[in-house]
Design a protein around this ligand. Sequence first.
Ligand code: RUB
Length: 330
Amino acid sequence: MEVAGCRVPDEVVRIREDIRSMKIRGAGSIARNGALALAIAAERFCGRDLEEFLMYMRAVADFVRSARPTAVSLPNSVSYVMSRLEKSKPRSVEEAKEVVTKAARDFVSYSENAVKVVAQLGAKRIEKGDTIMTHCHSTASVAVILEAHKQGKVARVFVKETRPALQGLITARELAREGVEVVLIPDSAVRYYMKRVDKVVVGADAVAANGAVVNKIGTSLVALAAKEARARVYVASESYKFSPYTIVGELVPIEMRDPTEVVDREWLTENQNVQVLNPVFDVTPPEYIDAIITEVGVIPPQAAILILVEEYGVTPLTIEHIPAIHPDAD
Ligand code: RUB
């Protein structure tokens, strides 16, 4: 891809492809890599002047932002960097490059710190002897569980394998490596084991203004089974996963992936009269969630709108001017 006479660096194309193919995955990691891709693009800009630089960066931002549709952390991190570039009114290409590099670095360090704070706040919600269930692989959820484990509170963790991409295996490995007692179960065994669970901890790809949480497909079923069994449900989510446009009723798009992630190509060819669908996220309504643990505090899901309004100044009146939320790194 070439913009304003300058080729988008291979490394940026590779990062986008790695996000698309899920080599880079999980909403936090996607956001951090998105910001870093912008910094790489800025450093390697080969055009002539500031006008070309801005044109080039806007095109790269659109390119990176469109890698995957559901995790709102990606447009939010891209916007974090781009809004600083647009607002800084740089006088030279060198100055503009520095603004982008610094903003990307700031976002990454904000994000890494946010996960640590979420871990601390989340661990306080876990009590001694708790059995936890988790779903998929979420860095924020793993951080909460590991912090609670360090504090000697976790009895055991049920990890769902999370078909079709089996991210549960990553979670099981990361927790077991730190000495947590892990039980890996098929997705279909959730309700069977829920009776033994005290708390469910899951991550988020997007949190809507009404407190609904978009996360890996199957999260809503875990929450449903938890409600029936009276186990509490906590969502570990940094604030840049809150979706600004949901304040005016926009829906978070649910990514549909290739059927070959569910069954192999040979099976598909032999059974062409069968439609195979692969939605990879679902929506858990706020009534099924006890609290959302963010780096700015633990909130009931119904207070999600406060994060958007009070932390980021998003309102139905300002939304057209705030395309995504930008937590301040300082
Ligand atoms: C990952 C997933 C995770 C959230 C939060 O889906 O649903 O629960 O992204 O992750 P996928 P984190 O594997 O399709 O990216 O806490 O790491 O941001």
